[in-house]
Design a protein around this ligand. Sequence first.
Ligand SMILES: Cc1cc2nc3c(=O)[nH]c(=O)nc-3n(C[C@H](O)[C@H](O)[C@H](O)COP(=O)(O)OP(=O)(O)OC[C@H]3O[C@@H](n4cnc5c(N)ncnc54)[C@H](O)[C@@H]3O)c2cc1C
Length: 551
Amino acid sequence: MATKWWGWGEEQRTFSLPDSSQFWAHVSSRLGELGVGQRIESLAEVTLPPSRLEAKALDALRAAAGAESLTTDTADRAVHSLGKSYCDLVRIRRGEIPHATDAVIYPETEEQVAALLNAAAELGIAVIPFGGGTSVLGGVEPLGAKPTVTLDLRRMNRMLRLNPLAATATLEAGILGPSLEQQLNANGFTLGHFPQSFEYSSLGGWIATRSAGQNSTLYGKIEHRVESLRMAFPGGTIATPAVPAAAAGPDLNQIIAGSEGVLGVITQATVRLAPLPRRCDYRGYLFPAFQPGVEAAREVMQSGLRPAVLRLSDEPETQVNLATRAPPQGLKAAVERLGTWYLERRGIHLDAASLMIIGFEGAEDQVRSDWRRAQPILRRHQGASLGRSPGRAWERSRFELPYLRDVLIDHAIMVDTLETATTWDRYLPLYHSVRDVIAKAMGGGGLVMAHLSHAYTDGASLYYTFLARQAEGRELEQWQQVKAAATEAILAAGGALSHHHGIGSDHQPWLSQYLGPAGVRTLAGLKQTFDPQGIMNPGKLMAADKDTSDV
Ligand SMILES: Cc1cc2nc3c(=O)[nH]c(=O)nc-3n(C[C@H](O)[C@H](O)[C@H](O)COP(=O)(O)OP(=O)(O)OC[C@H]3O[C@@H](n4cnc5c(N)ncnc54)[C@H](O)[C@@H]3O)c2cc1C
C-alpha cells in the first residue's frame, strides 16, 4: 500500500471523526474561521537540483551495496529528504525541499553498510541513516555541505535469533513495528514498545532517538530494553556484549542509544522481551481538574504499581477528547451513562474535567490485584471511574491521531506537538508556564492542550499539542516563534530538552545550554572517535564541524 508523501500513513486512510460537526465547532470556537491549506497535486511538481554525486562516486557506492540498491530518482530523493514534522509537511506540500539528498541506497546486510560507510569516508560523502523517516525534529534532512546519501534501512528487517530462555530477540535495525511485534507475538512475547508512529518507525530509529512507547510506564523507554547492539561506523564496527548487566565502565549501549545517526549506523540490536500479557484491563477515570489527576498519577507510581498505560489529559485536551468521540461507544457513552448529575455531585464538571486512561496488563491475578490497589488511590484524589469503554476506545484509536493532523493542515491549521519531562515537584509549575508561553506566542487565539503519558517514581513526561490558524506566507516563522518560546520556557522551568523525540536539528540550538560545556565536549569526543571526518548525519544532535575548543 502506498504511503502519503504529504502526510501520515497509507494513502487511502484518513481520520474519520464519528461526530465531526461537534469537533469542528469546538476547533472553530477557539481558532476562528478556518481556511484551506495549500498542497501541490503530486511529487512530479517537485524540482530538485541534480544529484551532486559524480559517476566515480556512484560506481563506488554501487560496488559497496549492489547496483540495484541505489537510486537517484527524484521522488525517492524527495521523500527521503524530509521527516514527518509539521514543518516538513508544510514544505513538502508546497513542493519545497530546501536540502535534497543526492541518492538513496537500500542496503540489505551489515557488510554492505560497513562497505558503504568506508566508501563514503574515502569520497567525502555524508551519510544519513533512515529508518522509517518519522523524525519530527529534522533528523533525516540533509544539512551538511557535502554531497549526501541516505541509507534507507528498511530492507534490513529480519529477526535473526530468538532466545526464549533469556527472553531476548536479535533483530535487524530496519524492521518496522508491526512486523517486529507479529514475529514476537507468534512466539508468545512482546517488546511492549508502541510509539504513536509504531506502524512506520523502525527499531534502529527508536534506539537512535531514545523513543518512548505508549506503554513505557510498564516496559520502559526503548533504551531500557536494549541488551546489546551492533553499530557500523566509518572504518569499523562496534558490538556491545550481550549480558544482563555489567560493571565494565560506562555503558556503551547507552552511549549509542540517542546517537541519532551521528556516530554510525545501528545494524542490529538484541532487545529484552516480556511475555504476551494474558489480560489487558484499561479504564477511564475522570478528575475534577488536571492537578488532582497529577497527584493521583504520582501516588500510583510511588506506591510501586506499574500501569502499562497511564495517560492524563489536561482540561482542554479532555474537552477535545469529548468532542471527537461519539455514542454509543467510547468515552462519551460512558460519561453519559454515568450521568452528569452523578459527576457533579462528586465535584466533577465536564467543562473543567481531566480524563485519565489507566490500565494494567500481565497475568490475570496480577492485573486484578493491581486494580484492587490502584482504585482507592484514584478515588482518594477524586477520580470517578468511567469503566472500561474509554480504555477500549483509546486502544482502538491509539495510532489514528496522526491522520487527524493531516486533516487539520488541510484546513490551514498550524498543528504540532512538543514534549518534555520533569520531576513531580516541578511538574505543575512547568505545565502552567509552558502552556501560557505557547498560548502567548500564538497570539492568544489558539488552542493549547497537554497530557502526561510516561510516568516514573520521580516525575513524568508532559506532551503539548498546539493549534492555531496558519499565518499565511509565514507558516514556518510562526511555528519557529512558538517552538523557541516553548523550549526556552521548558529549560527555564527545569524540564528535559526532550523526553523522547530527540534533538535532531530543531533542538540543537539549546543543547549546549542543556548539557553544559563538559557535556558538549563529551559528545564531541565521541564524534571524533567514531566519525573523525564528520560524514555521519551532519548538522544533527551536535554541529558536525563545530569547533569545540571554546566549550
Ligand atoms: C505521527 C508521529 C507520532 C510519533 N509518536 C512518537 C511516540 O509516541 N514516541 C516517540 O518516541 N516518538 C514518536 N514520534 C517520533 C518518531 O517516530 C521517533 O523518533 C522514532 O523513534 C523514529 O524512528 P524512525 O525509524 O522513523 O527513525 P528516522 O526518522 O528514520 O530517524 C530518526 C533519527 O535516527 C537516525 N537513525 C534511524 N535509524 C538509524 C539506525 N539504524 N542507526 C543509526 N541512526 C539511525 C536518523 O538518522 C535520524 O537522526 C512520532 C512521530 C510522528 C510523525
